[in-house]
Design a protein around this ligand. Structure first.
Ligand SMILES: *Cc1c(COP(=O)(O)O)cnc(C)c1O
Length: 352
């Protein structure tokens, strides 16, 4: 792959002054990475240029048929000032699995990891350092052939943007309430549920909007509306008696990298993790019999999010009392590895 061309932003923006007020995805750094794909030529012209609006033909396929895939990861600044990423190659491998499903051409994983690192080096002064903050990295690909016919595009644009992000737990980690969605569904097997693509989010907005008072929606399977799938942008785990359970990946669930990392850590600690079908009825019954000990969500944004309550139809299912023991232990371990406060025994950290 070619050298990455660099055009420096000669009018840099003022950086957010208060790192405690960053929120999520509201401000962007001074540069972005772009790369084009042209049929017959492949990916070409990788470049880092000033962050700013794109000029696209209104007929581009992404606007009409949603041919788009994306990723999300974070760069962390550690106590000694070094900058690092958590398993970035996993994100680009997953991007390729999403690409395959959406008929988007494959990208070179190693090159994209290098591109992310180079972009972060350029904008390194934007990485916040307050407790819990990070630089959110959003790579995405859009189909941009200017033709209205329904077919995979012949041209694509690969883009990476960076956004300084605040602490997910600005007010401390606390259990959240989740609404179990029994009317709308997010994805079905055979569909695009396992791909990280905007269409899945478009399908989810209505349920999220209707679930007033709940931080997220828990999706059930699209056929029987009985088996647990995942939450908003998080996978889910349950501790039922002595068993740790997470729904198996069967095509409609997004295969989270945090999920995968939790399973690997838990196995390393000597626990067994069951990846299997889990019905909402089994969760209700476990709660009634006192066997439902913990529930937590896993995802890049929150890392680990304790769940304290589920609302299913007219029923309120309460889970544990405060933050579960395993939930806290996993949170401490994962964030410890990400910030190099704990040993990186799996080789997950890449320094920039
Ligand atoms: C990104 C995402 C997740 C979490 O994946 P991570 O790799 O752990 O961040 C879970 N569900 C959905 C729908 C997602 O888009």
């Amino acid at each position: 792959m070619a050298e990455i061309k660099f055009i420096k932003n000669t009018s840099p923006k003022a950086k957010p002054s208060d790192e405690t007020q960053l929120g999520f995805g509201r401000s962007f750094t001074d540069h972005m990475f772009l790369m084009d794909y042209t049929q017959g030529k492949g990916w070409h012209d990788p470049r880092i240029v000033p962050y700013g609006p794109l000029s696209l033909d209104p007929s581009c396929s992404v606007f009409h048929y949603g041919q788009e895939v994306f990723e999300g990861m974070k760069a962390y600044k550690t106590a000694d000032g070094s900058i690092q990423l958590f398993r970035p190659e996993e994100n680009f491998k997953r991007l390729n699995r999403s690409n395959e499903r959406l008929c988007i051409p494959e990208i070179d994983v190693d090159f994209c990891v290098e591109a992310v690192k180079e972009l972060i080096r350029v904008d390194r002064d934007w990485i916040p350092s307050a407790e819990g903050t990070s630089l959110y990295v959003r790579p995405f690909i859009i189909g941009c052939e200017p033709v209205l016919g329904v077919h995979p595009a012949n041209n694509y644009l690969f883009i990476i943007i960076l956004s300084p992000s605040g602490s997910y737990y600005a007010n401390g980690m606390a259990p959240v309430k989740i609404f179990v969605e029994s009317q709308y569904v997010r994805a079905v097997r055979g569909g695009i549920g396992y791909a990280k693509t905007g269409g899945n989010y478009a399908a989810s907005l209505k349920a999220q909007q209707d679930a007033v008072g709940y931080s997220q929606v828990l999706w059930l399977d699209g056929v029987e509306r009985k088996y647990i799938e995942e939450v908003g942008a998080m996978n889910v785990f349950f501790v039922i008696g002595d068993e740790i359970v997470t729904p198996e990946l069967q095509g409609s669930i997004l295969p989270g990298i945090t999920r995968k990392s939790c399973i690997e850590i838990l196995k390393d600690w000597g626990y067994t993790v069951s990846e299997r079908r889990l019905s909402i009825d089994e969760v209700r019954e476990a709660a009634q019999s006192g066997q439902l000990k913990e529930m937590f969500g896993t995802g890049t944004a929150a890392v680990i999010s304790p769940v304290g309550e589920l609302k299913y139809k007219d029923e309120t299912i309460r889970i544990g009392d405060g933050i579960g023991e395993l939930t806290q232990k996993l949170y401490d371990e994962l964030t410890g590895i990400q910030l190099s406060k704990r040993e990186d025994r799996f080789g997950w950290i890449q320094k920039i």
